[in-house]
Design a binder for this molecule. Sequence first.
Ligand SMILES: [Zn+2]
Length: 593
Amino acid sequence: MRQDQVEPDQRRSARVCAGAGEAASGPVLFDAVLLDRDGTLIEDVPYNGDPEKVRPVPGARAALDRLRAAGLRLAVVTNQSGLARGLFTEERMRAVHARVEQLLGRFDAWLVCPHDDGDGCGCRKPAPGLVHAAARELGTVPARCVLVGDIGRDMTAALAAGAAGILVPTPVTRPQEVAAAPQVAPDLPAAVAEILRRRAAVDPATWRRADPATDRSATDRPDALRQVGGRRAGTVLVVRADSAGDVLVTGPGIRAVAADAERVVLLCGPRGRAAAELLPGVDEIIEHRLPWIDPAPDPVDPTDMTALTARLAAVGADEAVVFTSFHQSPLPLALLLRLAGVRRVSAISDDYPGSLLDVRHRVPAGVPEPERALSLAAAAGFTLAAPDGPALRLRPASAPPPEVGAPGYVVLHPGSAAQARGCPPELAVRIVRALAAAGHRVVVTGDPGERELTAWVAGDVAVDLGGRTSLAGLAATVAGAGAVVVGNTGPAHLAAAHGVPVVSLFAPTVPFGQWGPWRVPTVRLGDPEAPCRDTRAARCPVPGHPCLSGVEPGQVLDALRLLGVTPPVRPGPPAVGCGTGVPAGASIGGSSR
Ligand SMILES: [Zn+2]
């Protein structure tokens, strides 16, 4: 393990993960599953205080037993406002929970919010208090938890804590909630299968442990694993040829390769170069524009391709791992790698690769991009080594520019290389005014081409850093932020890498579950059902940019409160707000203990 892969200052997510301390070790994607109760584990009987009315959903017992057998800890996280309304007693609720455990087996923790919406508690979902409390009680951190629930409140609570979420809709789940969810499964057994599949995909040790009778992953494992297990690779050429954000989300996959390689050479494009320089584990960078990846490609020039092939041959790579996005083909580059004499090439390819690939990996649609990269690395025989874990990480940040002041400011990054994924400028102006009026110190960031935009957005109430930082300087600025307000673009991933909460103004041109901020507390805003959904458009195809233009600045303030990001205390009367401390309801324990 090389020192640049485990810099302790890259673990600042602990600061936003209440409870458990440093828990990362190896590629543990999830070690706990949190389950909503009504509508998810058992049929929803409103305000039920009668154990006789407990009916598990189909397949629940077997599904939960699969999780238990895989070593995952289980907790129930449930809103029970019937307690606040006096519709049943705590004693009756305990009897219901005893019946649930009788039918479904034991849970490691029960976390109950006894409040109602008007109580302003920090535990009633969509607030993240129950998720924090469950993680703490299970001895883990929210980033290593996945919450399964049937409504949008469950998903919001999970994401706001930095946990993963899987929505299992019922007939009462609203279409908007389904559209907004990071991942959707048709029922509880399918959600459980997906949790085990995602976990196994990044951790080959799980393949070896898997039960062949119940888990397809045991038979799906690539032959590569047996060939290369335990070996140490020499020089490995890794490839991610598109933009800064793409390079950042590939970081965990590249670190997995670096954990087992003598030397890692990264081939990137000019748009990803600055991000490549921030990644731990990279020894050398080759920059070259690949005309089959670039969105505004030059014609293919035979001389240029010959030069690239010679350059790749000069690396002397023992093997190559070609990382791509789901709509890109690794095959043109694989051919050049063959011409350059690279003997072993691994990539994800739905297209038939013939003899271009030695490890042809397949990944279902919708998997988070960093997990996609980690799963390719794992298929090629490379896994993160403890104490490195599955998180975005960067080389240690430099100092932010002095004009931003003390840490704790809110960064608003209005622009994006793809206009469709940026914040509408008029909205950005209103958000900055609202943040400043609420007492937040605001820093507006942007690249050199966005100076006019950032100057207008910052006005005279925010610090304007537009065009005045390198990507490394932007990363340093983000590292000192209390939160970042940003579209689906590079700085969201910089924030995730520094454990800084994100208010994500997410245009649904690509799936949120695949491209949203990964393993960091996040609130998603914007219309998930807008007509641009899944178009992958770079310029918004709909007049008025409706997916984001309907966002109100007040929603951004509410999102920051949900994330526990409050303005610095100013002299004067104490601020009145929603509590973010340990929820009172968390002390209501399980029925069987
Ligand atoms: Zn509560």
